[in-house]
Write a protein that binds this ligand. Structure first.
Ligand code: 2AM
Ligand code: CA
Length: 268
C-alpha cells in the first residue's frame, strides 16, 4: 500500500475512535502545567498510528508529540504525527481538534492530512497536486488589503498579552485587520487559511507535529509560511510561525508589522 493511502485510512480510523471516545477526569493529566494537557487518547492514538506506520514501513522515521522520535533508516520517509492537535479543545469542548499527519522524504514534502474530527472534514494535499477538503479543491482567499484580512492565532495570551519583542507590532496588526479569531489548534487554523476562511496566522510556538502536515496543505492551496524573521520554517524544530493566504500578504505583514525597526516602537 502507498504511504498516502495508508495515512488516509489511519487518520480516518483514528478520528472515528476519537469521535466515539469519552473522557474521565482522571484520564486528563498535566504535561508541563495546567495549560498543557495530555490524555489517554493522545497516547493511544499516537501508539496506534506509530504501530501501523512502522509495520508497513519499518524503515521510516516517526516524529510525534507524545513519544520520543524513532529514527528510521537512511532511505525512509519521515512522518510528523500529532494524534490530537487542540487537546484543550478535545478535553473541554469535544470539538475543534484534529488528527494531523505529515510525511516528508529527503527533506521534501510528500503529503499532509489534517482531519477536523468532529466536523468529519479531511483536509489533505499531495505535493504538487493542489489542496482538498474531502473531494473539493480548496484555495486561499484573494483578499489582499490589510483591512479585509481575518487574523487567526491559536495562542492569544502568548501572542498578544505577554511581553515579547514583537508584541507591539502584532497588536498593531490586530487593530488594523477586519477581525481576530482563536480556535486553539495550529493545524485547523492553518487549514482555515488554506480554505479561504482566514487570511493570516501567527503563533509564537509551534512544534513540527503541529504544523508540518498543514503547511503542505496551505502551500498547495496558494498560501505561504515563514518564521517571524521571514526565514524558511525549520522542519525539525519548535518555531514561531507566520502564515498568509499568499506570498504577497505574507511579505506585506512581515514588512509592515514585524520588521526589526518595529520591534521597539509602540502602537501607531
Ligand atoms: P496541542 O493541542 O497538540 O498541544 C494551542 O494554543 C495550540 O498550540 C494547539 O495547536 C497546541 O497543540 C499548540 N501548542 C504547541 N506547543 C504548545 C505548548 N507547549 N503548550 C500548549 N499548546 C501548544
Ligand atoms: Ca497534540
Amino acid at each position: 500500500m502507498e504511504r498516502f493511502t495508508l495515512a488516509r485510512a489511519l487518520v480516518l480510523e483514528a478520528g472515528a475512535a476519537l469521535r466515539r471516545s469519552s473522557l474521565q477526569k482522571e484520564e486528563v493529566r498535566y504535561k508541563t502545567g495546567y495549560q498543557d494537557l495530555v490524555t489517554r487518547w493522545d497516547q493511544e492514538t499516537e501508539q496506534f498510528l506509530r504501530r501501523e506506520i512502522l509495520s508497513a514501513f519499518p524503515e521510516d522515521a516517526i516524529v510525534g508529540e507524545e513519544y520520543p522520535a524513532s529514527p528510521g533508516g537512511t532511505e525512509g520517509a519521515v512522518w510528523y504525527l500529532d494524534p490530537i492537535d487542540g487537546t484543550t479543545n478535545f478535553v473541554s469542548q469535544h470539538r475543534n481538534y484534529a488528527v494531523s499527519v505529515g510525511c516528508w522524504k529527503g527533506g521534501e514534502p510528500q503529503f499532509g492530512l489534517v482531519l477536523d474530527v468532529e466536523r468529519e472534514a479531511l483536509y489533505w494535499a499531495k505535493a504538487g497536486s493542489g489542496a482538498w477538503r474531502d473531494e473539493t479543491p480548496i484555495r486561499t482567499a484573494p483578499r489582499r488589503e490589510v483591512s479585509e484580512l481575518l487574523l487567526t492565532a491559536p495562542g492569544v495570551v502568548n501572542t498578544f498579552l505577554k511581553e515579547h519583542p514583537r508584541r507591539a507590532g502584532l497588536l498593531r496588526l490586530a487593530g488594523q485587520v477586519r477581525g481576530v479569531r482563536c480556535l486553539g489548534s495550529v493545524a485547523l487554523e492553518l487549514c482555515a487559511v488554506a480554505a479561504g476562511e482566514a487570511d493570516v496566522f501567527v503563533t509564537l510556538r509551534s512544534c513540527p507535529w503541529d504544523h508540518n502536515a498543514a503547511r503542505v496543505i496551505l502551500t498547495e492551496a496558494g498560501g505561504s509560511l515563514c518564521t517571524l524573521e521571514g526565514g524558511p520554517l525549520p522542519l525539525e524544530e519548535r518555531t514561531a510561525v507566520l502564515a498568509a493566504n499568499s506570498p504577497q500578504v505574507l511579505r506585506q505583514v512581515r514588512e509592515e508589522f514585524l520588521e526589526e525597526q518595529g520591534l521597539t516602537g509602540g502602537a501607531g
